[in-house]
Design a protein around this ligand. Sequence first.
Ligand code: MG
Ligand code: MG
Ligand code: MG
Length: 376
Amino acid sequence: MKVLFLLFIILLLEINCKLPFFNLQPRNKRLSQEPNITYVYGHLNPDTDSICSALVLADYLNRTGSTNLVIPCRLGELNKETKFALKMFNVTEPKLITDPSEADEVILVDHNEPAQSLNFKNAKIVGLIDHHAISGFYTKDPINIITKPLGSTCTILYQLYKSNGIEITHEIAGLIISAIISDTLLLRSAITTIEDNYTIGNLSEKYDIQFMNYGRELLSAGSDVSDLTEEQIINLDSKAYEVNGYKIQIAFLNSVDVDSLLKERKSKLLEEINKFTEKNKKQLFALVIVDIFQFDSTVLAGGEYINAVEKAFNVTLVENQAFLKGITSRKKEVYPKLAGIFYSLPEYDNDEDNENISINIRTNWILIYLMMFLFI
Ligand code: MG
Ligand code: MG
Ligand code: MG
């Protein structure tokens, strides 16, 4: 009897408090007649491609007979560039989410690195469409994956519409064009491919969009940081990576006047970089400020391993700053070069703290269950 009573108590605790032993919390509490939900979203600190890819893929799936209701989502506030694009094409911003396990299924776009996403351990990931290197990504079940080394995720989505004969609306064309302009810096960045050129050419002709003029306006709108704090600037387009155990953060910022920006705000930017690096235990923080008209960049570096920047780009940092001639792409130039340096170093033991915490939590629950057994 006592044993039955005890089991009953454990069952109640498991269901109500999400306790760790049996993990019986029902994934989906909704009524069965409601459609299942699929969330589509891009990375944290979302850029224009992440937001537009979520909107475009949701449109595509909802129009091609998905049995689930596909909801475009975002993991953070929109930047000014993205707001400009959505306003231009009269599109509502995606839903802000903080817990991917609310949905029955999840499709990731424009990222796959776990450090750049919400914790998706409890989410059911069923698909990935991306144009980044695969890094630290694994799934429990087989999933649909489309990755291509193109300028933007939206270029891959354009090809999906085309290959399946699905009509692209004016709004969707505007989102695709905006994402390509943003990720390729108006088709000039090193990641630009023939497919990106073809996609923009085709859509802008069909919908009579003056993409060169629109592109300059879009990029300029995104480069205005006059009303942002230094903390907001370093988080605007910032991505986390874990390479060989080293935690590195690479932030990008577009600018039309790098010299004035540095003259006015460099010391405070470095202060924020150092604060972030200490607080989040990063080994390196690189803020890459891209001159969107000259197509060069200037890096500000912080953290214990700033010499990785010097080695990667063969430059000397002067007061944590160096000029990177011709560098404009995180994906194709900055990340691979820095990753190469960190992989050449001995592996860094960064996980110790986290592991100890999770072992302690589990040990505590085991003790509680044991005590219940002894005392009831
Ligand atoms: Mg992106
Ligand atoms: Mg992208
Ligand atoms: Mg970007």
